[in-house]
Each structure stands twice: as C-alpha cells, then as structure tokens.
Design a binder for this molecule. Structure first.
Ligand code: TRP
Length: 334
C-alpha cells in the first residue's frame, strides 16, 4: 500500500518494435487500470542485455518505449515511468535475492531453457539469473499486483517463492505480489499464422502490425491476413484467422464478437478485413500523433524521466534499506 492505494508494477523490454499485440494485450490495460493503483511502469533495459544489443539501438529503443508508455495514455505525473537502469536498487536487491534463490529453481524456468537454446553461443549468467532481477523489480516497490502475460507467470511464481522464503527467515519484509488477472487482455495472433502469437521478433513483418506502421501499411497487412475459405465472418476456433481479426476489431471498437458477426453477415472477407484495418488505424493514429508531439518535446520528456527516476529511487531505497538491515549489513552512519 502506498498513499492508501495498492501498488502495481510492470515492465517491458526495450527490444524489438512494439506490436499491436503488445498494445492491445498489455499497454492498453495498463492505462485502463492505472487510476486504481499506485503504479510503477519500468522500461526494463537491464533485462535486455542478457542478449547482445547494439548500444545506440538499445538507447534509442528504450527512449521510444518510454515515450510510447506516455503516448498510450499513461500520465507521467501520476504513473512512475522510468528506466530500470536509472534506479540502482534493482541491481542491489537482485544480488541479495540471488543468495536466496536456488540453482534448481532457475534451471526449471522455461524461458531460460528456450533462450539458451536460441542463443547457444551466449548462455551468460545473466540469462540464468534474469528471473531474480525480475523478482527484485517487483519486490522493491512492495508491489501488490503485477499484470503479466502467461509467459511470465512462472517468473512471478518464483518471485512469490523467493519473497515467502525471505519473509519466513526475517519477518514480514516483502509484500507477496499477485498476478493481475483483469478483463482478459486481448491475445492477438500473427496475421500470417493465427496459431502463433503476434510477436516483436517475427521474421515475417506481414504477421505483425507495429505501433508505428503508417495507415497504408496497416491496411495492406490486413488485406493480406491469412483467413480461410468459409467466406463467413464467424467467431469460432475452427476459423482461427477470422477469430483473430474479430478479436482485433472488438478490441479496437469496443464491440462484441456477436456485433461483428451481425455487422458482416453476408459480406465478403474483403470488406471485413478493410473494416478491421480501419479500426486499427483509428486507434493507432492518435497514439502516433501523441508520440510525434512528445518526441519533439525533449525537455519535457527529460524532466519527467528525471523526476520519476528520483521517485522510484526514493521508494525502492526504503525497501532496500530495510532488507539490508534485516540481513545484517552494517548501518550507515548519517
Ligand atoms: N520479463 C518481462 C518480459 O519479458 C519483463 C519484466 C521485467 C517484468 N521485470 C518485470 C514484467 C517485472 C513484470 C514485472 O515480459
């Protein structure tokens, strides 16, 4: 609890270009629940270096992502939006927690297994301890709730285990965080393969809509989206391509699948795809405009970044000092 509100923490990596899937599945929900919580939304750039990054590119992407948080509607005066690397407590708590985490636990993480298979030439220790840094992110702010995708649930479970283990030794130090399971954030699939999640790292750029795609590109990608030969806009698992397009349409317009079915009854897929594309354009256009405005306003962004990093540093230090004291580090002389 902070100022009578529950604390919410979440973060995204600054790797790859954000897709419509990231927006409809995560960012849009972050905005809609932000008023109810005291929020910390981090650009987790320290997690990004577990795979090799080009320095200039990492810096640029981190700035883009932070700007997108704001462009999507998170007010930086009310939400603490900051770079993980600007707040020293993440690394400090991560070290401490790593001494309370077992090799066996980390070896069981499916993301570690996947990533080490994918980057076999660079299986570094950071890739292995990645979940400990994530636990530090969450526990530093005494977070109550953490909106995460299904792929991060295992890491959140581990965070809870670490926190409980620590508390059972030292008393109530950490709040035990819960996954935020709200209105199901739309799970958006690839436009080229509706069995796969729309992904930042898809090799086929036609499968993903990027938040910065211009209207023509968006419409073109929807026109090419994979469907089926049923010629019937029907919301069902047997028509996964159409189902995905209906999900996107509904997430962008607020309509229900039944509304969409009725609206496109007797119409061809061409009309339907165009309507879906246009609904996406109308959601992304204002976001892109705000992004462009913010990007021009360097001083404003810099001042927000500075103020929020200080705020995050302040709250994280409270937890860190408590932890350091509990485990027996010498007191600081003031
Ligand atoms: N590991 C998360 C991901 O790749 C990002 C992340 C880092 C995160 N720290 C976090 C998410 C803390 C939620 C809470 O998606």
């Amino acid at each position: 609890m902070l100022d009578g509100k529950k604390v919410l923490f979440s973060g995204m990596q600054a790797t790859g270009n954000l897709t419509l899937g990231n927006y409809l599945g995560a960012l849009k929900n972050w905005v809609s629940i932000s008023d109810e919580y005291e929020t910390f939304y981090s650009v987790v750039d320290m997690h990004s270096i577990t795979v090799r990054q080009d320095p200039a590119e990492l810096r640029r992407r981190a700035r883009t992502l932070l700007t997108l948080y704001i462009a999507a509607g998170l007010d930086p005066e009310k939400n603490c939006i900051y770079y993980q690397s600007h707040v020293s407590g993440h690394a400090e708590l991560s070290w401490i927690l790593s001494c309370y985490t077992y090799m066996g636990e980390l070896s069981r993480m499916t993301q570690f297994k996947d990533k080490s298979a994918k980057h076999a030439d660079n299986i570094n220790a950071g890739l292995f301890t990645y979940p400990v840094l994530m636990a530090a992110d969450i526990l530093l702010y005494q977070s109550d709730v953490v909106p995460v995708g299904i792929d991060q649930m295992q890491h959140l479970e581990l965070t809870r285990d670490i926190a409980q283990r620590f508390n059972s030794i030292y008393g109530d130090v950490f709040t035990i965080p819960e996954a935020y399971i709200g209105k199901v954030g739309a799970k958006i699939m690839s436009l080229q393969d509706p069995a796969k999640k729309m992904s930042k790292s898809d090799e086929n750029p036609n499968g993903s809509i990027y938040l910065m795609d211009d209207p023509d590109t968006i419409i073109r990608k929807f026109k090419r989206a994979v469907t089926d030969s049923e010629a019937h806009v029907h919301y069902c698992d047997e028509q996964p391509g159409i189902k995905n397009l209906i999900d996107i349409y509904c997430a962008c317009t607020g309509k229900t699948p039944a509304d969409a079915e009725a609206e496109f009854e007797g119409k061809g897929y061409g009309d339907f795809k165009l309507a879906v594309g246009e609904s996406v354009v109308s959601v992304l256009r204002p976001l892109q405009e705000r992004f462009a405005d913010l990007s021009k306003n360097k001083d404003y962004l810099d001042s927000m970044i500075k103020a929020n990093a200080e705020k995050a540093q302040y709250f994280s230090n409270k937890t860190l000092r408590k932890v350091q004291k509990k485990i027996g580090f010498p007191e600081r002389v003031r």
